[in-house]
Structures are given as C-alpha cells and as structure tokens.
Ligand binder design. Structure first.
Ligand code: HEC
Length: 118
C-alpha cells in the first residue's frame, strides 16, 4: 500500500522532475509506433526501406542528439517527416537512444536516458 502511494507521488512528480525517460506505458506506445509507423518507411525490422536502416549497427557513431533532432523535426526536403506532433523532444531522445542500443530482450528497457543539457 505504501509503495503504491510512493508510485503515485512519483508519477505525479514526473513532469516536474525533468527526467527524460517516459513512463512504462508510454515507452510501450513509442516502441509500437517505432515498429508500425517508422517501420513503414524504415522496414518492419528497421533494416531499411524507403528510409535508411535504423539498426544499432547502421547508426553506429551517430550522436543520439542528432538522431533525436531528425525524429523530432524530420529532414526537410526528404520523405522523413517531423514527429513533433506525436511525441515530445524527450521522447524523441528516448527513441533515438533505443535505436542506438536496443534492449537485449527487445522489450521495454528500464534504464533512464541521459538528461538534455540546458
Ligand atoms: C515517410 C517515410 C518515413 C517515415 C514514416 C519515417 N522515416 Fe525516418 N527517414 C526517412 C528517410 C527517407 C530518411 C533519410 C533522410 C535523408 O535522406 O537524410 C529518414 C531518416 C531517419 C533518421 C536518420 C538516420 C541517419 O542515418 O541519420 C532517423 C533516426 C529516422 N529517420 C527515424 C525515424 C523514426 C524514429 C520514425 C518514426 C517515428 C521515422 N523515421 C519515420 C523516411 C521516413
């Protein structure tokens, strides 16, 4: 019971805390979006299609900040659309980090992502 109250307080404090990691339900939603929406261009397994491969290998060496910016703002002049109406910039950060290091199980990871520098 006590831990339930703590969880509730944590959930309420979440936006204020400034942490970049989305809540678990939202993480699942974002990963579903990655497979369905992003997969329509980047391939069902993100190995490439109309858009380039988004596997950790393919993205090796690319800074997560720039991948996040591409997800959030899109790439004008290319078919890569902006997703800022669908997700927050913190969520774009989180997705970019998922792409660079998918969790071994392929399921929702629990690690927090680094905070955006002010
Ligand atoms: C309508 C097709 C389309 C959809 C949908 C799409 N992309 Fe893209 N994406 C592209 C194309 C095309 C590029 C390459 C742009 C270029 O030429 O620079 C790209 C580039 C990228 C890059 C940069 C890759 C690199 O190597 O620098 C990332 C990251 C990315 N997309 C992530 C996503 C994510 C995440 C989603 C879903 C939220 C998504 N894309 C949905 C077409 C799409």
């Amino acid at each position: 019971m006590r831990s339930a109250v703590c969880l509730l307080l944590l959930a309420l404090a979440w936006p204020v805390s400034g942490s970049a990691a989305p809540a678990p339900e939202r993480q699942a939603e974002l990963l579903r979006m990655l497979r369905q929406d992003c997969g329509s261009c980047h391939g069902m397994r993100l190995t490439g299609g109309l858009g380039p491969a988004l596997t950790a290998d393919a993205l090796q060496g690319k800074p997560w900040q720039s991948l996040s910016a591409t997800i959030f703002h899109g790439r004008p002049g290319t078919p890569m659309p902006p997703w800022k109406s669908m997700l927050s910039s913190d969520e774009a950060d989180w997705l970019a980090l998922q792409l660079l290091s998918p969790p071994p199980s392929g399921l929702t990871p629990v690690e927090a992502v680094p905070r955006r520098q002010p």
